[in-house]
Design a protein around this ligand. Structure first.
Ligand code: IMP
Ligand code: MG
Length: 173
């Protein structure tokens, strides 16, 4: 297994998170923002961005996964769901990366079925080339090529999530 040099450095990540947070703060002024982190992958991005958003917000999480090693299974399993009543909330889903779109599409429909006042999506990384299901993304950190990346919350086999930067991961035989 090889972890390559940073693809995005800590400084690049932080600058981009700041820009997204500023846009979100402007867009959600006076609203009833519920920031929902999709775990586990989004934990680091989530904790960074909520600290930089300067409008009042509530926090909640969804624990879901669709991934087995490095291939999408196409199935999404939810282990923990939003506990709040979301009918009067402006829900913002915060995700680490969108790849096929299967996970976010599933979660989006599940949340919409509960009738939030509004629903938007913020994904830090977007692997556009791999999209199978179209999902409307309102805030994107970076578009990236079709490479497997780890760090800043993203894992391979539940490892490397604690790297403070994002690197390309290569599996060696
Ligand atoms: P999707 O359902 O194919 O869009 O996959 C989204 C989920 O797969 C993300 O929430 C990640 O947890 C995981 N994932 C997709 N690409 C990567 C990657 O390059 N590194 C680590 N996890 C990934
Ligand atoms: Mg994820």
């Amino acid at each position: 297994m090889v972890i390559e040099k940073p693809f995005f450095t800590v400084e690049q990540l932080q600058n981009r998170v700041r820009e997204l947070a500023d846009r979100i703060s402007a867009d959600y002024e006076g609203k009833n923002l519920l920031a929902v982190g999709i775990l586990k992958g989004a934990f680091m991005f989530y904790s960074d961005i909520v600290r930089m958003i300067n409008v009042p917000l509530s926090v909640d999480f969804i624990i879901a996964s669709s991934y087995l090693k490095t291939s999408t299974t196409g199935e999404v399993k939810v282990y923990y769901d939003i506990r709040e009543d979301i009918r009067d909330k402006d829900v913002l889903l915060i995700e680490d990366i969108i790849d096929s779109g299967i996970t976010l599409n599933y979660i989006r429909e599940r949340v919409l079925a509960r009738g939030p006042r509004s629903l938007k999506i913020c994904a830090f990384l977007d692997k556009k080339e791999k999209r199978v299901v179209e999902v409307p993304i309102d805030y994107v950190g970076f578009e990236i090529p079709n490479e497997y990346v780890v760090g800043y919350g993203l894992d391979y086999d539940n490892k490397f999530r604690n790297l403070p930067y994002i690197s390309i991961f290569k599996k060696t035989k």
